[in-house]
Design a protein around this ligand. Structure first.
Ligand code: HEC
Length: 171
Protein backbone atom coordinates (compact mmCIF):
# COMPACT_ATOMS: atom_id res chain seq x y z
CA UNK A 1 0.00 0.00 0.00
CA UNK A 2 2.83 2.35 -0.69
CA UNK A 3 0.92 4.38 -3.25
CA UNK A 4 -2.26 4.68 -1.24
CA UNK A 5 -1.73 8.40 -0.72
CA UNK A 6 -1.79 9.08 -4.43
CA UNK A 7 -4.86 6.99 -4.85
CA UNK A 8 -6.89 9.38 -2.72
CA UNK A 9 -7.44 11.27 -5.97
CA UNK A 10 -9.21 9.80 -8.95
CA UNK A 11 -7.13 9.89 -12.18
CA UNK A 12 -9.31 12.75 -13.42
CA UNK A 13 -8.79 14.80 -10.25
CA UNK A 14 -5.08 14.15 -10.48
CA UNK A 15 -4.96 15.35 -14.04
CA UNK A 16 -6.83 18.52 -13.15
CA UNK A 17 -4.37 19.14 -10.31
CA UNK A 18 -1.35 18.56 -12.53
CA UNK A 19 -2.74 20.79 -15.21
CA UNK A 20 -3.27 23.49 -12.66
CA UNK A 21 0.30 23.21 -11.41
CA UNK A 22 1.70 23.04 -14.93
CA UNK A 23 -0.28 26.12 -15.92
CA UNK A 24 1.09 28.06 -13.00
CA UNK A 25 4.62 26.86 -13.67
CA UNK A 26 4.21 27.82 -17.31
CA UNK A 27 3.13 31.30 -16.34
CA UNK A 28 6.07 31.68 -13.99
CA UNK A 29 8.52 30.48 -16.62
CA UNK A 30 7.03 32.83 -19.18
CA UNK A 31 7.26 35.70 -16.72
CA UNK A 32 10.88 34.95 -15.85
CA UNK A 33 11.75 34.58 -19.52
CA UNK A 34 10.18 37.97 -20.17
CA UNK A 35 12.21 39.62 -17.43
CA UNK A 36 15.42 37.99 -18.62
CA UNK A 37 14.76 39.07 -22.19
CA UNK A 38 14.04 42.61 -21.02
CA UNK A 39 17.33 42.69 -19.12
CA UNK A 40 19.23 41.37 -22.13
CA UNK A 41 17.57 43.95 -24.35
CA UNK A 42 18.57 46.72 -21.95
CA UNK A 43 22.16 45.53 -21.88
CA UNK A 44 22.32 45.28 -25.66
CA UNK A 45 20.92 48.78 -26.15
CA UNK A 46 23.32 50.23 -23.61
CA UNK A 47 26.18 48.53 -25.33
CA UNK A 48 25.04 49.85 -28.70
CA UNK A 49 24.88 53.37 -27.26
CA UNK A 50 28.37 53.05 -25.85
CA UNK A 51 29.69 51.78 -29.17
CA UNK A 52 28.17 54.71 -31.01
CA UNK A 53 29.91 57.08 -28.66
CA UNK A 54 33.28 55.45 -29.06
CA UNK A 55 32.72 55.38 -32.81
CA UNK A 56 32.13 59.11 -33.01
CA UNK A 57 35.01 59.77 -30.66
CA UNK A 58 37.22 57.73 -32.94
CA UNK A 59 36.00 59.71 -35.89
CA UNK A 60 36.90 62.90 -34.09
CA UNK A 61 40.41 61.90 -33.24
CA UNK A 62 40.82 60.60 -36.79
CA UNK A 63 40.23 64.08 -38.07
CA UNK A 64 37.07 63.45 -40.08
CA UNK A 65 34.75 66.42 -39.98
CA UNK A 66 31.26 65.16 -39.33
CA UNK A 67 28.32 67.48 -39.99
CA UNK A 68 26.24 65.78 -37.34
CA UNK A 69 27.63 67.36 -34.22
CA UNK A 70 30.39 69.52 -32.86
CA UNK A 71 33.28 67.41 -31.75
CA UNK A 72 36.81 67.24 -30.54
CA UNK A 73 39.57 69.28 -31.97
CA UNK A 74 41.83 69.24 -34.90
CA UNK A 75 43.14 72.50 -33.53
CA UNK A 76 46.74 72.64 -32.43
CA UNK A 77 48.17 75.94 -31.19
CA UNK A 78 51.40 76.88 -32.90
CA UNK A 79 54.66 77.64 -31.14
CA UNK A 80 54.97 81.30 -30.29
CA UNK A 81 51.40 82.09 -31.36
CA UNK A 82 48.44 82.91 -29.14
CA UNK A 83 46.39 79.87 -28.13
CA UNK A 84 43.03 80.22 -29.86
CA UNK A 85 41.35 77.60 -27.74
CA UNK A 86 42.35 79.27 -24.47
CA UNK A 87 41.38 82.70 -25.79
CA UNK A 88 38.02 81.35 -26.90
CA UNK A 89 37.39 79.87 -23.46
CA UNK A 90 38.39 83.11 -21.74
CA UNK A 91 36.78 85.68 -24.02
CA UNK A 92 33.98 84.06 -26.00
CA UNK A 93 32.71 80.89 -24.33
CA UNK A 94 30.51 82.75 -21.85
CA UNK A 95 28.29 83.77 -24.78
CA UNK A 96 29.17 81.40 -27.64
CA UNK A 97 29.40 77.70 -28.22
CA UNK A 98 31.13 76.23 -31.22
CA UNK A 99 27.98 74.38 -32.24
CA UNK A 100 24.67 75.26 -33.83
CA UNK A 101 23.23 76.04 -30.42
CA UNK A 102 22.56 79.67 -29.54
CA UNK A 103 23.17 80.71 -25.95
CA UNK A 104 23.57 84.46 -25.35
CA UNK A 105 25.27 84.72 -28.72
CA UNK A 106 24.76 82.61 -31.83
CA UNK A 107 26.43 79.20 -32.11
CA UNK A 108 29.67 79.77 -34.03
CA UNK A 109 29.89 76.48 -35.91
CA UNK A 110 30.61 77.39 -39.56
CA UNK A 111 30.64 81.12 -38.77
CA UNK A 112 33.54 81.87 -41.13
CA UNK A 113 31.34 80.92 -44.06
CA UNK A 114 28.56 83.34 -43.18
CA UNK A 115 30.30 86.51 -42.02
CA UNK A 116 31.49 89.06 -44.58
CA UNK A 117 35.02 88.38 -45.85
CA UNK A 118 38.08 90.57 -45.21
CA UNK A 119 38.55 92.47 -41.98
CA UNK A 120 34.91 92.40 -40.90
CA UNK A 121 35.66 89.98 -38.06
CA UNK A 122 38.40 92.17 -36.54
CA UNK A 123 36.16 95.21 -36.60
CA UNK A 124 33.15 93.36 -35.23
CA UNK A 125 34.95 91.62 -32.39
CA UNK A 126 36.84 94.68 -31.19
CA UNK A 127 33.89 97.05 -31.49
CA UNK A 128 30.46 95.63 -32.28
CA UNK A 129 28.62 98.81 -31.26
CA UNK A 130 30.59 100.86 -33.79
CA UNK A 131 29.55 98.41 -36.52
CA UNK A 132 25.94 98.82 -35.48
CA UNK A 133 26.24 102.61 -35.45
CA UNK A 134 27.81 102.57 -38.91
CA UNK A 135 24.81 100.48 -39.99
CA UNK A 136 26.93 97.67 -41.29
CA UNK A 137 24.27 95.47 -42.93
CA UNK A 138 25.50 92.13 -41.56
CA UNK A 139 25.92 93.59 -38.05
CA UNK A 140 22.36 94.95 -38.15
CA UNK A 141 21.12 91.56 -39.31
CA UNK A 142 22.71 89.51 -36.52
CA UNK A 143 21.77 92.07 -33.89
CA UNK A 144 18.16 91.90 -35.04
CA UNK A 145 18.29 88.10 -34.78
CA UNK A 146 19.72 87.94 -31.27
CA UNK A 147 16.75 88.98 -29.13
CA UNK A 148 18.23 92.23 -27.87
CA UNK A 149 21.53 90.71 -26.70
CA UNK A 150 24.52 92.79 -27.68
CA UNK A 151 28.05 91.50 -28.01
CA UNK A 152 30.58 93.24 -25.78
CA UNK A 153 33.80 94.58 -27.37
CA UNK A 154 36.78 92.22 -27.00
CA UNK A 155 40.22 93.71 -26.64
CA UNK A 156 42.13 91.38 -28.98
CA UNK A 157 44.80 91.73 -31.66
CA UNK A 158 44.20 90.59 -35.23
CA UNK A 159 46.57 87.69 -34.60
CA UNK A 160 44.63 86.58 -31.54
CA UNK A 161 41.38 86.78 -33.49
CA UNK A 162 42.94 84.77 -36.31
CA UNK A 163 43.87 82.03 -33.85
CA UNK A 164 40.39 82.04 -32.30
CA UNK A 165 38.94 81.57 -35.78
CA UNK A 166 41.42 78.83 -36.56
CA UNK A 167 40.16 77.12 -33.43
CA UNK A 168 36.50 77.64 -34.40
CA UNK A 169 37.13 76.48 -37.98
CA UNK A 170 38.77 73.28 -36.68
CA UNK A 171 35.37 72.01 -35.53
C1 HEC B 1 28.69 89.13 -23.78
C2 HEC B 1 28.44 88.10 -24.76
C3 HEC B 1 29.40 87.88 -25.88
C4 HEC B 1 30.77 87.68 -25.83
C5 HEC B 1 31.65 87.65 -24.60
C6 HEC B 1 31.18 87.44 -27.19
N1 HEC B 1 30.11 87.53 -28.02
FE1 HEC B 1 30.14 87.28 -30.03
N2 HEC B 1 28.17 87.73 -30.15
C7 HEC B 1 27.36 87.96 -29.07
C8 HEC B 1 26.02 88.27 -29.53
C9 HEC B 1 24.81 88.53 -28.66
C10 HEC B 1 26.07 88.20 -30.94
C11 HEC B 1 24.92 88.46 -31.93
C12 HEC B 1 24.97 89.88 -32.43
C13 HEC B 1 24.63 90.86 -31.36
O1 HEC B 1 23.46 90.97 -30.99
O2 HEC B 1 25.55 91.54 -30.88
C14 HEC B 1 27.45 87.86 -31.31
C15 HEC B 1 27.89 87.68 -32.59
C16 HEC B 1 29.14 87.22 -32.94
C17 HEC B 1 29.59 86.87 -34.27
C18 HEC B 1 28.73 86.84 -35.52
C19 HEC B 1 27.94 85.55 -35.46
C20 HEC B 1 27.19 85.15 -36.70
O3 HEC B 1 26.36 84.26 -36.57
O4 HEC B 1 27.43 85.71 -37.77
C21 HEC B 1 30.87 86.45 -34.18
C22 HEC B 1 31.76 85.98 -35.31
C23 HEC B 1 31.24 86.56 -32.80
N3 HEC B 1 30.18 87.03 -32.06
C24 HEC B 1 32.47 86.21 -32.32
C25 HEC B 1 32.86 86.35 -31.00
C26 HEC B 1 34.18 86.02 -30.53
C27 HEC B 1 35.28 85.45 -31.38
C28 HEC B 1 34.19 86.29 -29.20
C29 HEC B 1 35.35 86.16 -28.25
C30 HEC B 1 36.55 86.86 -28.62
C31 HEC B 1 32.86 86.77 -28.83
N4 HEC B 1 32.09 86.79 -29.95
C32 HEC B 1 32.49 87.16 -27.55
C33 HEC B 1 27.71 87.93 -27.74
C34 HEC B 1 29.01 87.79 -27.28
Amino acid sequence: MISSGQNLYSPLQREVRYRHIINRLGMMVAFLAFIILALIAMLVFRRAGANEMTLSENKNSGGNVSDMMPHAMNYKPEEGKPNGEQLFEQKCASCHQVSTENITGPGLLGVSERIPAGDWKYKWITNPAAMRDQEDPYALKIIAESNGNMMTPQNLSDEEIDEIFRYIDAH
